[in-house]
Design a protein around this ligand. Structure first.
Ligand code: ADP
Ligand code: ZN
Length: 599
């Protein structure tokens, strides 16, 4: 049998025209028998880096992966392009294992995915010793580190693999790249001398948008109506209760919305996740428990209905959109209450004080990101240590907010905070500023203060916005131990004394203009009609074969078909993602659909 080159496999098996980024270098490293450490953002194309060498090197590749759902989908995707692959996890039966073992002995199995807890048993270890291994890939390698956010103790035992198979090339892959995690990966996986490949963490196809919350659900609905119709997407909320509430609300508004959180039964969660993966217009409303190991490439939007706890978390969650490289939208809606709630959760948590300080700092960084007036992407990438220039594809680049001098307004707010004794929350201080004569204010005699009613020029909402910006700029603090009272800081003195001016974002933010509207690439009714016909066909096929829709074809392939309208098998073979196996299996059917739509 002729051995194909990596380029030929990329083209003939996967149906892609060229390698991205470091893919080709990584593949060469493994082919030469060396180890590799790969840091690439979600959607960067990590899998191909070990799948192609697995097809070229003799023997079977062992792939360690932490999540069952992910393994099952990867195996389905490989089989769909004609590659022999299997997986072993806690749900695999004895008979299935028997069958897998037989295929491995006969040398027909090219890739075996294994959950780490299964892998480290004596029995499995003996089984592996009896085989030729082409390579060992360790996916989501950051799970080895206690610094990371998904620590799995079983991962640390994987160092035994390095001892057992010193001559088999190992590749560790992750999308988490901080220094401590990286050092742990090298240490625990015996990769001290591995070649390192670090890709840019930019996700150029994701549009970032942040808005201020006034009625979160209503704002979400508005967003979904313009960007989320007939699309797959994820809405993240802070609590289980809110997940239930928002899912119900969206269902009432006619969306196919499903809840997902750790309080639901395992079966129900699995069911909802499966529908999300298999169909192509489900909105999952979830707590952050949802998403790790979700490989669905055509998630078109990720919405955060509450402030995320850290930039790392936000980047990972929003990064689940647009893995296929097509335009996707990250939308975030946040308010002052979110901030107070999150701070409270941190303070009341059981973590050590030092850990709480770290968490509070991460939250501060997240807030500054939200309050930013300049390019969002520049700030995100800078957070991960990458230098970049304004992207032109975020809300601030599209509609640069013009900052204005708000010194006088801020002085009014700060002096009112001072006058009420730094003992009252934002709502109360704002009422005093706006001259509201409620019982509480009267009972405190605060209607007699010099600052009572000096802020009538702004609405309550605008004062809240200003307060939040002051917190973000550290001109005000929120005392979590005392009624969430607003308090002055070191920095506020200079402003009160008139020694320092304060520039802030406009309080009335313009409605976002020019944000990308989904599906604008469909120019004609004829295109729209073919697109829908192909999607319908894909849905039926996916149900028939019990695999996710994207395993049949990702959106990108269908889109390419709509745009190029191939009339022959030869032309169809040029379409993105159209490898030989899929061409043979589906080619005629697709030409039939195109033909029908031409009539
Ligand atoms: P990751 O594991 O890094 O998140 P995947 O390996 O799932 O990313 O790849 C993301 C998507 O990009 C998949 O649909 C994959 O088939 C596709 N892809 C990978 N490499 C290429 C390439 N060279 N050209 C085109 N598409 C690619
Ligand atoms: Zn930008």
């Amino acid at each position: 049998m002729n051995i194909l080159t990596p380029e030929e496999i990329l083209h003939d098996v996967f149906g892609y025209t060229e390698f991205r980024g470091y893919q080709s270098d990584i593949i060469q490293t493994l082919l030469q028998g060396h180890h590799a450490l790969v840091l690439m953002p979600t959607g960067g194309g990590k899998s191909i880096c070990y799948q192609i060498p697995a097809l070229i090197r003799p023997g079977m590749a062992l792939v360690v992966s932490p999540l069952i759902a992910l393994m099952i989908d990867q195996v389905a995707a490989l089989k769909a392009v004609g590659i022999q692959a299997a997986c072993v996890h806690s749900g695999t039966t004895r008979e299935e294992i028997f069958d897998i073992a037989r295929q491995a002995q006969e040398d027909t199995l090219k890739l075996l995915y294994v959950a780490p807890e299964r892998l480290m048993t004596d029995k499995f270890s003996r089984f592996l010793s009896s085989l030729t291994l082409s390579l060992i890939a360790i996916d989501e390698a950051h799970c080895v580190s206690q610094w990371g956010h998904d620590f799995r103790p079983e991962y640390q035992q994987l160092q035994l693999l390095a001892n057992q198979f010193p001559d088999v090339p190992r590749i560790a892959l992750t999308a988490t790249a901080d220094t401590e995690t990286k050092a742990d990966i090298r240490h625990y996986l015996g990769l001290e001398d591995a070649k390192e490949f670090v890709d840019s963490f930019d996700r150029p196809n994701i549009f970032y948008q942040v808005i201020e919350k006034n009625n979160g659900k209503k704002q979400l609905l508005q967003f979904l109506k313009t960007h989320g119709q007939n699309q797959s997407g994820i809405v993240y909320c802070l609590s289980r209760k809110r997940v239930e509430d928002v899912a119900l609300f969206l269902q009432e508004q006619g969306f196919d919305a499903l809840p997902y959180h750790a309080g639901m039964s395992f079966e129900q969660r699995e069911k909802n996740q499966k529908r999300f993966l298999q169909e192509d217009s489900i909105v999952i409303v979830a707590t952050i428990a949802f998403g790790m190991g979700i490989d669905k490439p055509d998630v078109r939007f990720v919405a955060h209905l509450d402030l995320p706890k850290s930039i790392e978390g936000f980047y990972q969650e929003s990064g689940r959109a647009g893995r296929d490289g097509l335009p996707a939208h990250s939308w975030l809606c946040y308010g002052l209450n979110d901030l107070v709630l999150l701070k409270q959760m941190i303070m009341e948590g059981s973590a050590a004080d030092i850990q709480k300080q770290v968490e509070l700092q991460k939250l501060d960084a997240m807030l500054s990101f939200c309050e930013l007036s300049s390019c969002r992407r520049v700030q995100l990438l800078a957070y991960f240590g990458e230098h970049s220039t304004p992207c032109g594809y975020c809300d601030n680049c599209k509609n640069p907010p013009t900052q204005f001098d708000a010194t006088v307004l801020v002085q009014k707010l700060l002096s009112c905070v001072y006058r009420v004794g730094q003992k009252f929350s934002a709502s109360y201080v704002i009422d005093v500023l706006r001259g509201v004569e409620n019982d509480w204010i009267l009972s405190q005699k605060h209607h007699l203060l010099s600052t009572f009613g000096i802020g009538k020029e702004l609405s309550e909402k605008e004062w809240r916005g200003l307060t939040r910006q002051c917190v973000a700029q550290k001109l005000l603090d929120i005392n979590l131990h005392f009624n969430q009272a607003l308090q002055l800081t070191e920095k506020s003195k200079a402003v009160l004394k008139g020694e320092q001016i304060v520039m802030i974002r406009p309080l009335k933010r313009d409605k976002p203009k020019n944000t990308p509207v989904s599906e604008t690439w469909l120019r004609t009714e004829r295109e729209e009609q073919l697109w829908q016909a192909l999607r319908l066909w894909r849905k039926d096929k996916a149900q028939e074969e019990n695999v996710p829709a994207y395993v049949i074809f990702p959106d990108r392939t269908l889109r390419h078909i709509v745009q190029s309208r191939p009339k022959s098998i030869e032309n169809l073979s040029l379409v993105y993602g159209m490898g030989q196996t899929k061409l043979e299996r589906f080619g005629q059917e697709i030409l039939g659909i195109i033909h029908k739509s031409d009539q």
